[in-house]
Design a protein around this ligand. Sequence first.
Ligand SMILES: NC(=O)c1ccc[n+]([C@@H]2O[C@H](COP(=O)([O-])OP(=O)(O)OC[C@H]3O[C@@H](n4cnc5c(N)ncnc54)[C@H](OP(=O)(O)O)[C@@H]3O)[C@@H](O)[C@H]2O)c1
Length: 311
Amino acid sequence: MKKVIALVGGTGHVGKLIAESLLGNPNVQLRLLVRPDSRQKVKALEERGAQIIEGEIGVGNEDALASLCQGAMTVISAVQGGPDIIIDGQKQLLIAARKAGVKRFIPSDFSLNLFKVTPGHIITSDWRLTFSDIADKERGNIEVVHILNGGFLDSGIMFDFLRLIDVKESVAYVWGDGKQNMDWTTYVDAAQYTAEVAIDERPVPRAFKVAGNVLNFHEIVKLYEEASGDKLKIVQLGSMADLDLRIEELLKGGQQNFLSFLPLMYYRSLLNGEAKLDLLMNDRYPSIKPTTMREYIQKYVNIEKQTNESR
Ligand SMILES: NC(=O)c1ccc[n+]([C@@H]2O[C@H](COP(=O)([O-])OP(=O)(O)OC[C@H]3O[C@@H](n4cnc5c(N)ncnc54)[C@H](OP(=O)(O)O)[C@@H]3O)[C@@H](O)[C@H]2O)c1
């Protein structure tokens, strides 16, 4: 009997990688909830054997969610969205999973240590914390497992979103002294850990904490310089107190400026250590050898060089 693993968000960055990891396991039947307009995005996964249920999280979709969860061992959410999705939508999904007798539910966190971040410091973490409180009350016998993997070290997050390094300008930005250790994991590795948690027959801790790398700002700069041969100019943007003030100032602009303050909120919680993971659990799945920052940057730099040469 194959283990049925149900996934919502299989068309997204994280969800697609979780789906691919699960499809590599012959003992798994992967089932995806996909919005009708997004079906084309999962064509390759469908061809590899994923079963598709058309529908979405949201009122009026109860039948689709029941079909998704029917007979599933684990339901994984890798959705992205506002509080309507992260709090209300995931609650709806959890209740559908509970009604179907699912063993485990993995919400869409893939996050820094959201249980330690000061409430109000990262608004998107607040929504996830609110959901975790709801889940504790609503879960029944379901094991709810939060995947905490630190920041994604992939270029789209570390370079583009957090702007720790501006690759084009050869500048690295920091607030404070940059000496705090931070947790970093690739998308692919976080997806593999999630797939392992999903099929694990043993009880899994409520907060499953992994990190491919634990490095401070200066160590990342050094690794980048060694891998690229490019000297980075370090720009110290101010103290941690200055960063607090900067975020407060940006918050006055209202929610429409979301993207101006959200990266700074995440960077603050990494740099001040409040989001640091303790007691990493990488060893639970020794077959996963997480990508090191050096390997990732080396690969990234090589790809960038080839792309520039072919232009
Ligand atoms: N730790 C980190 O550094 C870090 C960085 C980035 C992301 N994350 C976390 O990773 C998680 C996934 O993020 P992502 O970047 O992979 O997101 P993404 O690429 O934007 O994908 C979002 C997914 O959610 C689906 N979705 C949205 N609303 C839905 C609904 N109502 N019903 C069903 N599906 C719905 C989308 O489907 P469609 O294709 O139909 O739109 C898509 O598959 C989030 O929790 C995010 O916070 C963590």
